[in-house]
Design a protein around this ligand. Sequence first.
Ligand code: 5RP
Length: 220
Amino acid sequence: MTTGDISKRKAAEAAIAEVTSGMLVGLGTGSTAAFAISGLGRRIAEEGLTITAAGTSLATEAAARAAGIPFLAFDDLAAVDLCIDGADEIDPLFRAIKGGGGAMLREKIVASAATRMICIVDASKPVETLSRALPIEVLSFARAYVEGAIRCLGGDPVIRPAPSDQGNLLIDCAFGPIVDPEGLARTLDAIPGLLGHGLFLSEIDALYIGDETSVARRER
Ligand code: 5RP
């Protein structure tokens, strides 16, 4: 296992310690969330933990089923007790860019439905200013319009080869350093045909940062 993987697993294991029987747990997407899924599967098998899960992607749903975690259909999801998910970047105000795995639309629904969201990362993810390319999900027939709108905002849109789980376009938009994430989010939210973006500005309640030997826990 790489040092990055050990760090991700440390953060994930610390987060799943918050899970108790009876919870509906939102499971994130990506390599860090995968450690949470396998850890919860282990706790179900070894401790008799009884939970139901809601997934943020088809891959997560498959991994959770393989780990023996009972699953709620996504369209039956109304409220989640605890959401555990990774991030691509996160700043000191717990504002994050997500969607490296293209799952940010479902991830935001699950995070918004959650009473508490824990973000689990390795030490490469915290940044002072969000700056990596921002993923957006776009209705195919709105492609040219949304690309034009992104360019007007100073962004450089690059379409991913594979669609989202919902069959929509995924477009990475490089804006450079995002000095006003709230303003950008408001602008993106108002673009017709743009279904979702990876700016998570208010959803995250706690941040667990793993390294090889320990986990730093921060609360909002
Ligand atoms: C998927 C995500 C992931 O949480 C994010 O990309 C981090 O992934 P990883 O844990 O593999 O670094 O937002 O859409």
